[in-house]
Design a protein around this ligand. Structure first.
Ligand SMILES: Nc1nc2c(c(=O)[nH]1)N[C@H]1C(S)=C(S)[C@@H](COP(=O)(O)O)O[C@H]1N2
Ligand SMILES: [Mo]
Length: 420
C-alpha cells in the first residue's frame, strides 16, 4: 500500500494511530506526506520517555513488530502459523472443559482484527433476493430472539501440514497441524430469521455476508445453508461478548462448513437471485489438483462442508513414560455426532476402542480417552473417528491431494517418544 507498507502493516499502524486518538484523515495524510516514519512518530505516546541508561537499541529505520491479533497468544498455548494466524496447541485441552475457552481459540484472519465502534456499526441486509432490505443496529440485534448453539469452527486448511509431512507433497498456505479447530457456545440470531424479515424471495439462491476488515472478506453460501436453524449471526462466544479477534460485534456461524464461511466483523449480507462468484469460491476454497477439474467460473469444486478429524491432546511430538498411560483427545464431524473412536498403536494395522466422554454434540465433537501400556521407544498413536452417518477416517494412502491443501481428513499418526 502506501509509504512502503503492505496492507497488513498499514492496518496495524492505523490501529495504533486510533489508540493514540488520531483521526483516519490525519493518519492517511501523514502516511501519504511524510511516509511510514512520520505516521509512526505521530502514533508514539505523547509522554516524553525517561532517558534510557543504555543506548537506543533500535535503529531509526526499523519498524516495530506489527500485531495482527489483539489477544495474548503466548507460544505455550499457540503455535504461530504466520500473519494473523495462530493454532491452538491441543495439549492445552487435555484437562479442561469440553468447549474451547475463548483465550485458547485459534485465530485465522486474512489481515488483522479491525476496531469496530458499535455506536456506528450496522448490519445491512439487501440484494435482489429480498423485497424488504433493512439495516440493523447492535441494539436491534440484541433485542431479537436469541439462539444459543454449541458448534465448532474449523479452518479448511486445518491439517494442511500433513500433505507435506505425511504425503511428501506439501500444499500452499499456512502449515496447520490440527489446532485450527475450536468448539464454542455461540449466541446470536438465526440468519434465517433476519432473511425472513428482509422478505427473502423464493427465487433467491445465494447469501453472502461481507466482513468489515480491510479487505472485506466475503464468501457466499446457499440459501438452504443460510436458512438452517443453527446458522446464526453470533454476538456472544462462550458466554462472553464476542472477542475482537473472533468478529466483534457480530460474526456468522455456519456449522460444519469451511471456516471461511463463518464471516467475522459482518457488516453486510447480500441475498442474490443469481449464484454469487467471488475470489473465495473461485480461486481459493476450491479443490485444485490432478483429481479435480475446473468448474467455471470456479477453478475447481467449491468447498462447503469440512471433513471429519480426530486429534490427541498431547504436544507434537509428545513424550510419555513407559507403563500404563491414559491419553485424551477430540473427534469431530461436520455431518453429525461421533459414533466411535478407535486407536491404533501400530500405524493403522490394528485398532482398539477408545471411550467417548462428556458431551457429544453434532457439528461440535466429542472428547475421548484411551488407556494403554506404553512400551519404551518411538511410537505413534493414531486415532480414527467414525460418525453417526458411518463416515470413517481413512489411511493417508487414500487422501487426495489438492494444491491449496484443504480438507485433510486421513488418520494422522501422532509421534510419541516413550522413555523407561
Ligand atoms: N471478515 C473475516 N471473516 C473471516 C476471516 C477473515 O479473515 N475475515 N477468516 C475466516 C477463516 S479462513 C476462518 S478459518 C475463520 C476463523 O475464525 P476464528 O479466527 O474466530 O477462529 O474465520 C473466517 N472468517
Ligand atoms: Mo480458514
Amino acid at each position: 500500500m502506501s509509504a512502503g507498507f503492505n496492507e497488513e502493516q498499514t492496518e496495524a499502524l492505523w490501529k495504533k494511530a486510533q489508540q493514540a486518538g488520531m483521526e483516519r484523515r490525519k493518519f492517511l495524510a501523514l502516511l501519504a506526506g511524510g511516509g511510514a516514519m512520520a505516521a509512526l512518530a505521530a502514533c508514539a505516546p505523547r509522554v516524553t520517555p525517561a532517558p534510557s541508561p543504555t543506548p537506543a537499541a533500535t535503529p531509526a529505520t526499523t519498524l516495530p513488530p506489527v500485531r495482527l491479533i489483539d489477544k495474548p497468544t503466548p507460544e505455550q498455548f499457540f503455535n504461530p502459523i504466520g500473519g494473523g494466524n495462530v493454532e491452538m496447541r491441543f495439549e492445552v485441552m487435555a484437562n479442561r472443559t469440553y468447549a474451547t475457552p475463548n483465550s485458547f481459540f485459534f485465530v485465522r484472519s486474512h489481515t488483522s482484527s479491525p476496531v469496530i465502534d458499535v455506536k456506528t456499526w450496522k448490519l445491512s441486509i439487501g440484494g435482489d433476493g429480498v423485497s424488504k432490505p433493512f439495516d440493523l443496529t447492535y441494539d436491534d440485534l440484541l433485542k431479537m430472539p436469541a439462539k444459543t448453539i454449541t458448534r465448532y469452527v474449523e479452518c479448511a486448511g486445518n491439517g494442511r501440514g500433513f500433505f507435506g509431512s505425511l504425503m511428501n507433497k506439501p500444499a500452499q498456505g499456512g502449515q496447520w497441524r490440527l489446532g485450527a479447530y475450536g468448539i464454542a457456545e455461540w449466541t446470536g440470531v438465526q440468519l434465517g430469521e433476519l432473511l425472513t424479515r428482509a422478505g427473502i424471495k423464493p427465487t433467491a439462491v445465494d447469501v453472502m455476508p461481507t466482513g468489515l476488515d480491510s479487505t472485506k472478506v466475503e464468501r457466499p453460501m446457499s440459501v438452504s445453508k443460510a436458512m438452517l436453524e443453527d446458522t446464526i449471526v453470533a454476538y456472544m462466544m462462550n458466554g462472553e461478548i464476542l472477542p475482537g479477534d473472533h468478529g466483534f460485534p457480530a460474526r456468522v456461524v455456519t456449522p460444519g462448513w469451511v471456516g471461511i464461511a463463518n464471516i467475522k466483523w459482518v457488516g453486510n449480507i447480500r441475498v442474490s437471485e443469481q449464484p454469487i462468484f467471488v475470489e473465495k469460491n473461485t480461486t481459493n476454497y476450491v479443490f485444485i489438483g490432478p483429481d479435480y477439474s475446473p468448474q467455471p467460473p470456479a477453478q475447481g469444486p467449491i468447498l462447503t462442508n469440512q471433513i471429519m478429524k480426530s486429534a490427541l491432546c498431547l504436544p507434537w511430538p509428545a513424550a510419555l513414560k513407559a507403563g500404563t498411560q491414559k491419553v485424551v483427545g477430540y473427534a469431530w464431524s461436520p455431518f453429525g455426532k461421533i459414533k466411535k473412536v478407535d486407536v491404533s498403536l501400530d500405524g493403522g494395522n490394528t485398532f482398539q476402542g477408545a471411550t467417548l466422554t462428556g458431551p457429544n454434540i453434532e457439528k461440535a465433537g466429542t472428547r475421548w480417552e484411551f488407556s494403554f501400556d506404553a512400551k519404551p521407544g518411538d511410537i505413534t498413536i493414531t486415532p480414527r473417528a467414525t460418525d453417526e452417518k458411518d463416515n470413517i477416517q481413512y489411511p493417508v494412502s487414500e487422501q487426495k491431494w489438492n494444491q491449496l491443501g484443504y480438507l485433510f481428513g486421513a488418520m494422522a499418526p501422532h509421534p510419541v517418544k516413550v522413555t523407561a
